[in-house]
Design a protein around this ligand. Sequence first.
Ligand SMILES: *[C@@H]1O[C@H](CO)[C@@H](O)[C@H](O)[C@H]1NC(C)=O
Ligand SMILES: *[C@@H]1O[C@H](CO)[C@@H](O)[C@H](O)[C@H]1NC(C)=O
Ligand SMILES: *[C@@H]1O[C@H](CO)[C@@H](O)[C@H](O)[C@H]1NC(C)=O
Ligand SMILES: *[C@@H]1O[C@H](CO)[C@@H](O)[C@H](O)[C@H]1NC(C)=O
Ligand SMILES: *[C@@H]1O[C@H](CO)[C@@H](O)[C@H](O)[C@H]1NC(C)=O
Ligand SMILES: *[C@@H]1O[C@H](CO)[C@@H](O)[C@H](O)[C@H]1NC(C)=O
Length: 481
Amino acid sequence: MFVQLLCTVLVIVNICDDVSAAGRPRHIVFIVADDLGWNDVGFHNPDMITPNIDKLATEGLILNHSYVQPLCSPSRSAFMSGYYPFKTGLQHLVIVNYQPVCLPLNITILPQKLKQLGYATHIIGKWHTGFCSWNCTPTYRGFDSFFGYYNAQEDYYTHTTLDYLDFRNNTSPEKTDNGTYSTYRFADEAIGIIERHDKTRPLFLYLPFQAVHAPIEVPEKYEAMYPNVKTEGRRKYCGMVSALDDAIGNITKALTSSGLMEDTLILFTADNGGWITEHGNNYPLRGGKVTVYEGGTRAVAFMHGSGLQKTGTVFDGMIHAVDWLPTLTAAAGGTPVTDRDGINLWPSLSSASPSPRTEVVYNYDSHPFPEEGHAAIRMGDYKLIDGYPGLYPGWYKPEQVTSDLNITHISDWANKYQLFNLKDDPSERNDLSSSQPDMVKKLAARLAWYEKQAVPPNFPETPDPKSNPALYGNVWSPGWC
Ligand SMILES: *[C@@H]1O[C@H](CO)[C@@H](O)[C@H](O)[C@H]1NC(C)=O
Ligand SMILES: *[C@@H]1O[C@H](CO)[C@@H](O)[C@H](O)[C@H]1NC(C)=O
Ligand SMILES: *[C@@H]1O[C@H](CO)[C@@H](O)[C@H](O)[C@H]1NC(C)=O
Ligand SMILES: *[C@@H]1O[C@H](CO)[C@@H](O)[C@H](O)[C@H]1NC(C)=O
Ligand SMILES: *[C@@H]1O[C@H](CO)[C@@H](O)[C@H](O)[C@H]1NC(C)=O
Ligand SMILES: *[C@@H]1O[C@H](CO)[C@@H](O)[C@H](O)[C@H]1NC(C)=O
């Protein structure tokens, strides 16, 4: 009570933003939507039916310049570690099931930080940060419990990928859920964690949903919400988004009925932009997943709840995925983390004041066969793309099916720069590289400074035969690296 009163008085000088009204660290729920496009939520596009997401976003703080990596494992590794993927070897594509690769084990990751602060730590959903050794897996890296997938692109009902089961409850294969749509299953599991949680301890719940990654699968009732969408794939995809929204509605209801909501800080973010060929949509932003254009890297994101002093507003400052480890550690009352690429933005976010971040690196990938964007940097309002920007470079409307593969000629892009002023031109339509050569030079020099700090991509091309699930009861399993 005393702490609460003191904080009410002191909030104005920003001293008590690291404890909740209850006087212990606040609960943190970190929700990730997979491959969700910029134009795929109601608060960006009125054709989308996402009332729960919209309510949380508009009652919270909409993060309008929140960047992620162009792809899944890189973004997740950044969320967990606070390092750019080009510092951890994860900058090329994603970790593939048969590669002996994981986020380096000498890094103390987010759940370990929060566990040190007394948090109960749980992950439900998609890990995709490496699983070849038990030491790489969530319950060996700071999570008290894990329910979900080690890898990617599972079937939503059978929970298999590349022909084998990839579903775990903690360390055990989960074989009894065949037929249950993962969005339902993950929501129920999250609700169970919330209902069983001992309220005297702070809770960290990391919820990287499978939705809305391909394959395009959804229970009929959600697809039926979009009778006006003519393209079957887009109609189902929209339904998948609404199923995710329903799950988030059910989870927030559980937080409220368990008495946790008032002390809970929610962070919601996509891991990358929508995948154009799988019906995700990023209009009016350019490109999508795998590109370093804004459509691949400017995430749908918001925060809601405990600690935010100004709500119902928009945070325009720059944020990058690497910032969440230092920022959430600070929101949890931990000592400031200063040894990462990420910056602690909690003082700015909690008071909705300008972000200290002035630049972001979208990627730097020296792999000879880039399928995603090679390299790009933003400094202030300017953005420089160095070389190949990634597959599908256009501007696509929601039901537009693209055949625009012009950009596959990777060699055409070598040593070619594109320069954009994102303040005037957020959709990257006007390449200024020939009219502003000095700006190109300035950003190229900064990018070169970052490139010197890069490690080579850790991307073994040959499948490791020891990964074969047939050796482990037909389940993707750790223990071979
Ligand atoms: C982890 O180990 C790698 C390889 O030895 C090293 O380059 C890196 O600096 C280490 N990182 C940390 C955070 O200790
Ligand atoms: C998961 O395993 C734990 C024991 O590790 C058990 O208590 C729990 O009931 C299991 N949950 C499910 C959904 O099977
Ligand atoms: C799941 O159930 C389907 C239909 O009954 C069956 O064909 C499939 O083999 C099952 N998959 C697994 C991984 O058990
Ligand atoms: C949300 O809860 C309602 C009511 O219990 C249920 O019908 C619905 O299937 C749930 N949705 C999800 C995605 O879990
Ligand atoms: C792709 O190539 C076709 C044929 O050369 C051309 O008409 C079209 O404008 C190109 N699209 C882009 C985005 O360059
Ligand atoms: C977010 O930024 C875009 C420009 O990229 C702007 O059009 C939009 O109004 C901003 N959104 C909000 C909610 O302020």
